[in-house]
Design a protein around this ligand. Structure first.
Ligand code: ZN
Length: 347
């Protein structure tokens, strides 16, 4: 559920999400309750033969004999995950024990050889205080809107759409995840996106307060005192990148208007081939060119029935013939009557 705070992808390791919000895992709560239970049993009075002490002693006896399924053995294995011996439990206040366990968890989680994403997070964004506990960043509690909080959080946990991230799922080698929007032929990493890519030069200029320092690093930029300023810059850059990628790669779904314009272009081209195939050098009349670009021409192409011009022509022709038939009949009748009259006079 913590990943819903920034709507991160499921591929983000859980340890990054937990550390990002300074939340200990639920496993530590179980270990904390286990330690308190063992200490409470140990502190019970030994004057009486309590069943709970007898059960604990029996389980420990099985553990000493090598039985790995006893309760004492399983509790020992659980404590070993944090490097704690069951015979040397931490003592003190509850808060001290919680902090002791959390420090041990962080030490075991973030030290040594890590995978790519955790190692990147540790290098650029992991911040521990003097007590060895993670520092909660400003953006979750600074009153940002959901969109700005998502942007900033997703960028910190590598849940973005840059080529360095999307190339991991496409099994593309890291050196081939090149930025497609500029001519620098560099890997589209977070540093290239924020500092190097010339496509976002104007946006960086509008947020010059973020680049006042002489040596701006990714950590210092993302951890700026005003997270709203960083988030707004990220939003502008992300929107610009989305528009440019849509124009360059055509990876987005095609709309109905694009399909219609595509077929209208094909139809107009086929008309030219049928009528002016042998006269390509002759420029087409201006009216005809204008008609191919009009939306009415598109509707006429996509309509499955007969073209409207032909239907109108047939109707007009029929209508005209119906009008002319009585006129022709009248002329014939007049000629016939005139012929009969002239014949009568001559005879
Ligand atoms: Zn670039």
């Amino acid at each position: 559920m913590l990943s819903r705070m920034i709507w991160a992808k499921p591929s983000v390791p859980h340890q990054i999400i937990l550390t990002e919000f300074a939340v200990p895992p639920i496993q530590l709560s179980a270990i904390f309750q286990l330690i308190l239970y063992i200490q409470r049993v140990m502190l019970l009075s030994t004057d009486e033969q309590r069943y709970i002490q007898m059960a604990l002693a029996s389980s420990r006896h099985l553990y000493d004999q090598g039985h790995r399924l006893s309760w004492f053995s399983q509790a020992s294995q659980l404590l070993d995950t944090l490097g704690i011996s069951i015979t040397d439990l931490p003592s003190g206040t509850h808060e001290y024990i919680r902090r002791f366990l959390y420090r041990g968890y962080l030490r075991r989680t973030w030290q040594g050889q890590l995978e790519v994403k955790p190692d990147y997070y540790r290098t650029h964004f992991l911040e521990l205080d003097t007590a060895g506990l993670p520092v909660l960043p400003h953006y979750p509690t600074s009153g940002l809107s959901h969109g700005l909080r998502f942007l900033l959080g997703q960028f910190r946990v590598s849940s973005h759409q840059l080529a360095i991230e999307t190339g991991r799922f496409q099994c593309t080698p890291r050196e081939e995840r090149i930025c497609q929007l500029c001519s620098l032929a560099m890997v589209e990493s977070e540093e290239h996106f924020l500092f190097t890519c010339p496509v976002y030069y104007e946006i960086r200029g509008r947020y010059h307060c973020l680049f006042r320092q002489t040596h701006v690093t990714l950590r210092s930029l993302i951890s700026y005192e005003d997270p709203r300023c960083v988030a707004l810059m990220l939003r502008e850059m992300s929107l610009l990148r989305q528009d440019l990628c849509q124009a360059v790669q055509h990876t987005y779904p095609v709309t109905q208007s694009q399909i219609t314009s595509f077929f209208s272009r094909r139809r107009s081209r086929s008309d030219v081939d049928m009528t002016d195939s042998d006269c390509d050098d002759i420029p087409r009349p201006r009216t005809q060119r204008r008609r191919t670009t009009q939306p009415q021409a598109t509707m006429r192409v996509t309509r499955p029935t007969r073209p409207p011009r032909q239907r109108h022509t047939t109707y007009a022709h029929t209508h005209r013939r119906r009008q002319h038939v009585p006129a022709l009949t009248d002329v014939t009748a007049r000629i016939t009557s005139f012929y009969s009259i002239s014949t009568a006079l001559t005879s």
